[in-house]
Design a protein around this ligand. Sequence first.
Ligand SMILES: C[S@@+](CC[C@H](N)C(=O)[O-])C[C@H]1O[C@@H](n2cnc3c(N)ncnc32)[C@H](O)[C@@H]1O
Length: 147
Amino acid sequence: MEFIFKPIGVIHSPFTEKDKTPIQASRSKAVGQVEVYPEFVDGLKDIEALSHIYLLYAFHESQGYQLQVKPFLDDREHGIFATRYPYRPNPIGFSVVRLLSREVNVLTVEGVDVLNGTPLLDIKPYVPDFDLRTNVRAGWYETRSRK
Ligand SMILES: C[S@@+](CC[C@H](N)C(=O)[O-])C[C@H]1O[C@@H](n2cnc3c(N)ncnc32)[C@H](O)[C@@H]1O
């Protein structure tokens, strides 16, 4: 089975180099613009009432993958699926960002952790009742070698 995804937009960010891009949205105060292509603008109805949204996107500058990697915050190897490392079999990333404003088809968001020009695949609402968990174990992250 194969899937062919076409971007619904593009993420404009201040970052042009991977190693100068924040490693997680929660660690970023950077502001960016999410440009949704005009044919999808009707799908943004009611989005301005949300404080946070998920951006799903393609790591378009990632070539290839390894199944075991050393993530940015640890010196030990972990399975790719136990990490958020960007070189993945399916190079899909996601970020929870704060929605600051909407101007027609352009969303201004805070917490950007992607390269400028990253292709946008989807947007979803962050809904605490759906997504917030307590009593969580974060695995290697809890004993990571870097903070
Ligand atoms: C660790 S990933 C986490 C991204 C996302 N928050 C997640 O959890 O899926 C973030 C890193 O991916 C890299 N990156 C960001 N945008 C990229 C892109 N479009 N293509 C390839 N690598 C990218 C940068 O090195 C950035 O620091």
